[in-house]
Design a protein around this ligand. Structure first.
Ligand code: ADP
Ligand code: MG
Length: 376
């Protein structure tokens, strides 16, 4: 198995590179560099064209920096793992082309990684003993998935969102409240000062394992329209009420999934899993029954370390990609399948709903600016 692996992530608006070093199934993180693109704040969402250009400008420097921090020359790198999808096609292309060139030039092994598999592997970077079976909750800007993971590489979909992803709901509600993009961290900060006094609905809380967040977002919209917040206190209460509703639903369904599958470990991954209130509520609900494995925020939001780790797993199994590897914005997740239970419908393959597809996404181009995709 490879001793030195370079990971590359450019699926959306983070340009990231990481180096993993080691043997067997316990690689160590030698370095991780994440460059977040600030420009999108101006537009309230990720502008795909700007994102890909920024990756093009910075990726080489980010990779060089990751090698310097790992204390290794490029010649030491034996394999390369790169996010092949899902994500914004232009952004993915930059990483995939770069990775293919490095692989071809140095005769290195190459593996294209599914971005969401990276999120599920993230906690193993700090907790190498973490192993399936477990239940996994993946909550990011583009996805909300509840999975049963009997072994690495096999993922059974218990539930998924029927409309907005959890992170997308955070971002849209933040916009309603006049907060900056991405909104999750701002809502969390404000929620600490507020109270859950609006009693927003907990959509589909007791209805299978699927999720729905668009009605909750609309409930916040109506409340804001009917009685616009007059003080910081009002805004904080709205943020706290919205966040409490999302957390109640996520925790309730995850606990139900843990009970239904009999698993004693729950893995949480994706940007929304950076939310401290969610982590605390999850730990409290699981106490005495299951443990929560969740990586530190830097490894939870989009980063190349998790891509490197998932790629390490795939290469160790003898898998890999050739130089025909393509960037695929709708990439199917290898090993993912739908279960019969849970009452869910939808594609069940980890793909984005049409409204979230980069290129089809989000707000129509209004007079105020170019089309944006809130996330990949
Ligand atoms: P994607 O993989 O879909 O590009 P990430 O995994 O990077 O997304 O997650 C980004 C999402 O996570 C955004 O929607 C952001 O608002 C949300 N997020 C980040 N931090 C927090 C937080 N503390 N609380 C809630 N949501 C958060
Ligand atoms: Mg992500």
């Amino acid at each position: 198995m490879t001793d030195v692996l370079l990971g590359i992530e450019t699926s959306c608006d983070e340009t990231s590179a990481a180096v993993l070093v080691g043997e067997g199934d316990r690689p160590e993180l030698a370095s991780l560099v994440i460059l977040s693109q600030d420009v999108h704040r101006i537009f309230g969402g990720v502008v795909p064209e700007l994102a890909s250009r920024a990756h093009l400008r910075t990726l080489d420097a980010v990779v060089q920096r990751a090698l310097v921090e790992a204390g290794l020359p490029l010649s030491a790198v034996e394999a390369i793992a790169v996010t092949a999808g899902p994500g914004l096609v232009g952004s993915l292309l930059v990483g995939v082309c770069y990775a293919k060139a490095l692989a071809a030039a140095g005769g290195r092994r190459l593996v294209g990684v599914h971005h969401l598999e990276g999120h599920v592997f993230a906690p193993t970077l700090e907790d190498p003993d973490l192993k399936p079976p477990f239940v996994a909750l993946v909550v990011s800007g583009g996805h909300t998935l509840l999975l049963d993971v009997p072994e690495w590489g096999r993922y059974a979909v218990l539930g998924e969102t029927r409309d907005d992803a959890a992170g997308e709901a955070f971002d849209k509600v933040a916009t309603l409240l006049g907060l900056e993009f991405p909104g999750g961290p701002h809502i969390e900060r404000l929620a600490k000062e507020g109270n859950d006094r609006f009693g927003f609905p907990r959509p589909m809380q007791h209805d299978g394992f699927d999720f729905s967040f668009s009605g909750l977002k609309t409930a916040v919209l109506h409340t804001v329209r009917e009685s616009p917040p007059r003080s910081e206190r009002d805004t904080a209460d709205l943020a706290a009420s919205f966040q409490a509703a999302v957390i109640d639903v996520l925790v309730h369904k995850t606990v139900a999934a843990m009970e239904a599958t009999g698993r004693s470990t729950v893995v949480a991954g994706g940007g929304v899993a950076c939310n401290t209130a969610l982590r605390q509520a999850m730990v409290a609900a699981l106490r005495g029954r299951a443990r929560l494995a969740v990586a530190q925020p830097r490894l939870n939001a989009d980063n190349a370390a998790m891509i490197a780790r998932a790629g390490w797993f795939r290469l160790a199994r003898g898998e890999g990609s050739d130089l025909y590897l393509e960037a695929d914005p709708m990439l199917a997740w290898p090993g993912l399948h739908k279960t019969d239970g849970g009452g869910q419908d939808g594609p069940g393959d980890g793909r984005e709903s049409p409204s979230r597809r980069p290129g089809f996404a989000g707000p129509s181009p209004g007079p105020s600016g170019p089309p944006t995709s809130t996330r990949s």
